[in-house]
Design a protein around this ligand. Structure first.
Ligand SMILES: CC(C)(COP(=O)(O)OP(=O)(O)OC[C@H]1O[C@@H](n2cnc3c(N)ncnc32)[C@H](O)[C@@H]1OP(=O)(O)O)[C@@H](O)C(=O)NCCC(=O)NCCS
Length: 236
């Protein structure tokens, strides 16, 4: 592990850059359990790759006991991973984490329990995963994505997207708001009911159009929904 010390220095600099609460390097060395877990991981990953599988697993359990963060030594983790707060983070054996990724507390990069082989997610560079989010299965989250707190992500996410919800769906892509006009895109148990309502609304629009003529609606349903979403004032 020739670069371990330089990696540690880089990790500390990363925290100073990304966490406005960090006051000094000494505080970071002493108080950031997310970093302690990553440093343990780097040693354990080396042991894992050199055939010391049980020792690596055992030390990863020691690290979990000390930090509350469980990183499987077989996972592949890029540089400058910042796990903020950390408690409850789980990173599975076949997970791949790119560079400059930030994970908050309670994040799981886990399996669905149905897959074999590569069964954990791949996060590309610059991904931020909010507190409590679960990213499950052999899926890929593209670079520069943000995953909302509490989301459950089960499908691939294209780069530069923001995902929220259970199951997760894209709300921003390349800086533009994404409005879901087909409820099936959300793919949750309520989507059938929403799809039925959308079909009914379409039928009613057609009837109104027959009664009032083609001028009754100047825009298709999807455009109306887009406009309504943009105009809603959510302040309560
Ligand atoms: C997902 C996230 C990155 C979006 O941030 P943003 O780009 O500023 O987006 P906004 O706050 O404008 O929210 C956009 C919409 O998504 C909704 N939304 C935001 N976060 C959400 C979440 N976690 N779950 C569900 N919906 C969410 C908002 O209500 C809003 O809906 P609306 O436009 O219909 O009103 C952010 O809300 C988030 O969850 N960050 C994680 C932070 C975290 O975990 N911090 C832990 C610190 S200890």
């Amino acid at each position: 592990m020739p670069h371990l010390l330089s990696l540690i220095r880089e990790d500390v600099a990363t925290v100073l850059e990304r966490d406005p609460a960090a006051k000094s390097r000494l505080e970071i060395y002493l108080c950031y359990s997310g970093l302690h877990a990553v440093w343990f991981y780097r040693m354990n990953h080396w042991l894992w790759n050199h055939g010391f599988l049980l020792l690596a697993r055992w030390l990863s359990q020691v690290a979990r006991w000390l930090t509350g963060i469980e990183i499987h030594p077989g996972a592949h983790i890029g540089r400058r991973l910042f796990i903020d707060h950390g408690m409850g983070v789980v990173i599975g054996e076949t997970a791949i984490v790119g560079e400059d990724v930030t994970l908050y507390q309670g994040v799981t990069l886990g399996g669905t329990g149905k897959e074999h082989g590569k069964r954990h997610p791949t996060l590309l560079n610059n991904v931020v995963v909010g507190g409590g989010a679960k990213i499950l299965g052999n899926i890929t989250v593209g670079s520069n994505c943000r995953i909302g707190a509490g989301s459950v992500v089960l499908r691939n996410v294209p780069e530069h997207s923001t995902v929220v919800g259970v199951p997760g769906h894209i709300i921003f892509r390349n800086g533009e708001r994404v409005v879901i006009t087909d409820p099936k895109q959300i793919n949750d148990p309520l989507s059938e009911a929403l799809a039925a309502v959308a079909t009914e609304v379409n039928k009613l629009r057609e009837r109104v159009q027959k009664l009032e003529g083609p001028e009754a609606f100047r825009e298709p349903l999807s455009a109306s929904l887009q406009r309504i979403m943009e105009n809603i004032d959510y302040q309560i």
